[in-house]
Design a protein around this ligand. Structure first.
Ligand SMILES: Cc1cc2nc3c(=O)[nH]c(=O)nc-3n(C[C@H](O)[C@H](O)[C@H](O)COP(=O)(O)OP(=O)(O)OC[C@H]3O[C@@H](n4cnc5c(N)ncnc54)[C@H](O)[C@@H]3O)c2cc1C
Length: 218
C-alpha cells in the first residue's frame, strides 16, 4: 500500500506527531513534530485516522463534539500448538446487540496458530497494552466525562463479569469450552492484548460504527 501510494506521488512521513491543527476557509494547516523538529503541512483537505486519539485530534480543531474515546482492553490467549487444527475458520458467539464487542472467539491466524479472545475490560491507558498500564491524563479525561460513568453503570454486571474472568483463567476457559470442549486450562498460553478505541457519547451510548458530526464553523 505504501508503495502504491508513493508511486502515485504521495509522501509518507513516519515518526511525525500532529501537535496542532488550524483551519481557515481556504486551507488547513497541520503543525507536526518530526524527530524533535517543528514542521507544518498545508492542504485543502484533511482526513485523520487517529484511532485511540481520534477525539483529541478533533479537539485540536475546536470542533464541539459529544463523544470521547474510552479504551477497552481486549485480552487474548493463544492455544497450544497441538490445537492448531482444532478449527478451520472463525467461530463467533451469538452477538449481544447492546454491545459492539464480538465476544471471545476462536481465530485461525496466518501462521496456523489459533487464538481465543478478546474479552472487554476497562483500559486505564489509551496506548498502554500491559495489564497494569495507567496514564493519569487518560484517566482524568475519562472520569470527568459523564458518558464514561453512564456506560459503566449501564453495563456494570457485564463489566464486572469480564473483569473477574480476566483474572480467573478458568472463567475465560468456560467461555472457550462452549465452542470447543477439548481445550484445557494448560492450553491457554499468553498472547498480547489490544485496546479498542470505543467512541462513547455523553449520554453513555456506545457508538457502533460511525459518528457523524456536522459542524459549520463561524
Ligand atoms: C481487541 C480488539 C479486537 C478487534 N477485533 C476486530 C475484528 O475482529 N474485526 C475488525 O474488523 N476489527 C477489529 N478490531 C478493530 C480494528 O483493529 C481497528 O478498528 C483498526 O485497527 C483501526 O484502524 P485505524 O487505522 O482506524 O486506527 P489505528 O490502527 O489505531 O491507527 C491510528 C494511528 O494514528 C496515529 N496517531 C494518533 N494520534 C496521532 C497524532 N497526533 N499524530 C500522528 N499520528 C497519530 C497512531 O499512532 C496510530 O498509528 C479490533 C480491535 C481490538 C483492539
Amino acid at each position: 500500500m505504501a508503495k502504491e501510494f508513493t508511486d502515485l506521488g504521495g509522501e509518507i512521513q513516519l515518526n511525525t506527531t500532529v501537535t496542532g491543527l488550524a483551519e481557515t476557509s481556504q486551507t488547513i494547516t497541520a503543525e507536526c513534530c518530526h524527530n524533535g523538529e517543528r514542521v507544518c503541512y498545508e492542504s485543502k483537505y484533511l482526513i485523520t485516522c487517529s484511532g485511540l486519539l481520534a477525539d483529541r485530534m478533533t479537539k485540536m480543531l475546536d470542533i464541539p463534539t459529544d463523544f470521547q474515546i474510552i479504551p477497552y482492553r481486549g485480552e487474548y490467549y493463544r492455544l497450544s500448538k497441538r490445537h492448531n487444527e482444532v478449527i478451520n475458520h472463525l467461530i463467533y458467539p451469538i452477538p449481544d446487540p447492546d454491545l459492539p464487542f464480538l465476544g471471545v472467539h476462536l481465530t485461525r491466524m496466518i501462521d496456523g496458530s489459533v487464538t481465543v479472545g478478546p474479552n472487554a475490560v476497562q483500559g486505564w491507558k489509551r496506548e498502554g497494552y500491559g495489564r497494569f498500564n495507567v496514564d493519569l491524563k487518560d484517566v482524568r479525561d475519562m472520569v470527568t466525562f459523564p458518558g464514561f460513568w453512564k456506560v459503566t453503570l449501564k453495563h456494570l454486571g457485564t463489566g464486572l463479569k469480564e473483569t473477574w474472568e480476566s483474572w480467573r483463567k478458568s472463567g475465560y476457559l468456560k467461555r472457550v469450552n462452549k465452542y470447543c470442549d477439548k481445550i484445557t486450562i494448560d492450553d491457554l498460553e499468553p498472547y498480547p492484548a489490544g485496546i479498542r478505541a470505543q467512541a462513547v457519547l455523553k449520554d453513555g451510548s456506545l457508538v457502533h460504527d460511525f459518528c457523524r458530526i456536522i459542524y459549520i464553523g463561524s
